[in-house]
Design a protein around this ligand. Sequence first.
Ligand code: E4P
Length: 217
Amino acid sequence: MKFFIDTANLDQIREAQDMGILDGVTTNPSLMAKEGITGRNNILKHYVDICNIVDGDVSAEVIATDFDGMVKEGEELAELHDQIVVKIPMIKEGVKAIKYFADRGIRTNCTLVFSVGQALLAAKAGATYVSPFIGRLDDISTDGLELIADIRLVYDNYGFETEILAASIRHTMHVVNCAKIGADVMTGPLSSIEGLLKHPLTDSGLKQFLADHKKGN
Ligand code: E4P
């Protein structure tokens, strides 16, 4: 399972990268705005800064919602760095743009996916990644993990190579459960990754080992 961090915060990206377990980064316009990154040039520079920290794919989202606009923006993003994956929303024009990019060897991440049907379309168009938002489904009393399992089944039925990128992860158990179901990738906040470290028996066991070592020396 690949681990992506879902943030535009450079310190948090560095922290995850330093652990040696990071495979990539996802961003979106809200995450960029949260870090105060505004204006086209600053946004493009920030994507390059992220690429220079992480060894892996960096999703950069288009703002346009029409085919020509998405193609223009996506090509500009893809030219920034070979780690960039163009993030495209799941709308009809987006499906056309994913197909356009797939035909030209430009990798895409189809975002804002909330149903199996949408995931099927993304795979048919040749998306590199599909991003089902599990936390946002959970927020409206719909089982986000069930969507991941259903997409896994459909993709396996037909051998689609599109990778399932479980997004909108809110906590550590989302990560663990996505791994059980067979999501190819998870993207979440640093806290969801660091939560995997925690177990009280690890803490008490280590405390005891260190105390016993001290007694014997
Ligand atoms: C995915 O790529 C999105 O950036 C993200 O996971 C959305 O998460 P949220 O629902 O916590 O905003």
